[in-house]
Design a protein around this ligand. Sequence first.
Ligand code: M6R
Length: 614
Amino acid sequence: MCGIVGYLGGRDAYPVLIKGLHRLEYRGYDSAGIAMVSASGELNLYKSKGKVADLERFAESKDISGTIGIAHTRWATHGEPNDLNAHPHYSQSKNLALIHNGIIENYSVLRLELESKGFRFRSSTDTEVIVYLIEYIMQTNGVDLCTAVQLALHQVVGAYAIALVAKDNPDQIIAARKSSPLVVGIGEGEYFLASDATPIVEYTDKVVYLNDGEIAVIRRDAPLKIVDLDNVEITPEVKRLAMNLSQLEKGGYPHFMLKEIYEQPQTLYNCIRGRINVEGTNVVLSGVIDNRDKFLHASRIIIVACGTSWHAALIGEHLIEDLCRIPVEVEYASEFRYRNPVICPGDIVIAISQSGETADTLAAVELAKSRGAFIYGICNVVGSSIARATDSGSYIHVGPEIGVASTKAFTGQVTVLSMLALTLARLKGTIGEDKFVRMVQGLQAIPDKIKEVLDHADAIADLSKIFTYAHNFIYLGRGYNYPAALEGALKLKEISYIHAEGYPAAEMKHGPIALIDAEMPVVAIATTDSIYEKTISNIQEIKARRGKVIAIVTEGDSVVRSIADYCIEVPRVEEPFAPLVASVPLQLLAYYIAVHKGRDVDQPRNLAKSVTVE
Ligand code: M6R
């Protein structure tokens, strides 16, 4: 939810830290700050409300010398976003500075204890107690910084990724994690630290992902040392990054979101590559094949996820029940984790998460694990916490998604779920050979079909101008397209701030139809499928109440075209894959409306890309 960067080496730290903050700004962007030990031995700390660019303006005239530093971009949890609450936080003596991502649940108890010992806090954050506590332990126990961190973290309840620098030691950064990610990059005589690999990739491809309960002792001219809270040394496992720098740039697009929408033909091709054979006669999702007995004997599948990933899960439910005849339940991870769910032997839990760091989904995985379930992950970020916590899984391979509004990850998730259902259906024998090959070839064709949708982007941009000033929107769909309607509504609300609701079209008459009048835009997904006629009736009901209907229809459709006010055509595809093509015009519609409204499309208010707090 916040972004952490650190640098220790031979370069000037400031440019590395600022560039790193820009790369992590998607994780939070209400305030930012930096702490560096200067060439003259000062521990300088600069912070500012607003975005990283505001911090840069603030630091312009300051001493930004030094080859060691830590930096932070914040998404506020405790304490409003302002200069005081921004990280880093000094210790009481100002000899230490600390940054933190996560939530300290027992911070008020710790704060009261420290206040009773005479400490005076400067901010309203939960974070400040950690650095005060660490300094207090150093002073009272006469221990070094690493030992004080270990002792302090034994007292801390909650989630954290932290990094610290000390004024009197310009050659060391201490970092620790529990439930919030941290990666150490290893260069030639230099180290990088970050919440994810994006600030690191341009300097080195050698990284070590910290595990929960681990502390990295990063020292100048010395090998990386990792210890646990009890000071047991752990051998660092060095991994190679597969990502490249161009994936992290806008590549000429005005926003990451638009770039990511346009990338979808390629990202889906990458997702399918090596899994569907060239002839389109077979699909092999190795995670399913490797665990064939578990999948073959599964009595139920429970899918846990949040937000867009939850919408993909709903499509997965349709696919798996339809093709594999296994009962599926879809749960919000945030509800699942707190409602004492029944998990039986033979249940498989699938966790879907783009970032692989969503706290609620991770907690749902841990809960299911503790009840003995087999857990399968569908993640994008390689090496992420959820990917590592699951027993097996499949990456969606769509590359870094930076826009806060998820687009290419959604279509990647649905594509992996489609391949999972097809692989399993064939294993179980619940699909005939002809249908299997037709479906596999249909899925293989999706990247090209999405290219065709993108050819209509200009028309969608024009249409969006008409609806820029709407205050409400309703999105309707049925069957496979119902989750696509939910996803379309989420895209619009999160980036344009227009209120939008998604409904199964037939539910309208049970209440929401009362909202319809001549002012209400209704986006109806009405592709030609097994319930097309029923959807047409639902659209008629909207038109009878003078609602403005924007219909997503299959190319060549004339029936809906004669009823709806506006139509956007998508190519004909196999019914289960309709959301893959229908969601793209909805992404574009939301994008262009938000742009016309002058919204910050990639960093909408109050949000962050990766929700690593409850
Ligand atoms: O990284 P995850 O897929 O676990 O994230 C889940 C949601 O936070 C995420 O999909 C969110 O809803 C997006 N901003 C939607 O565009």
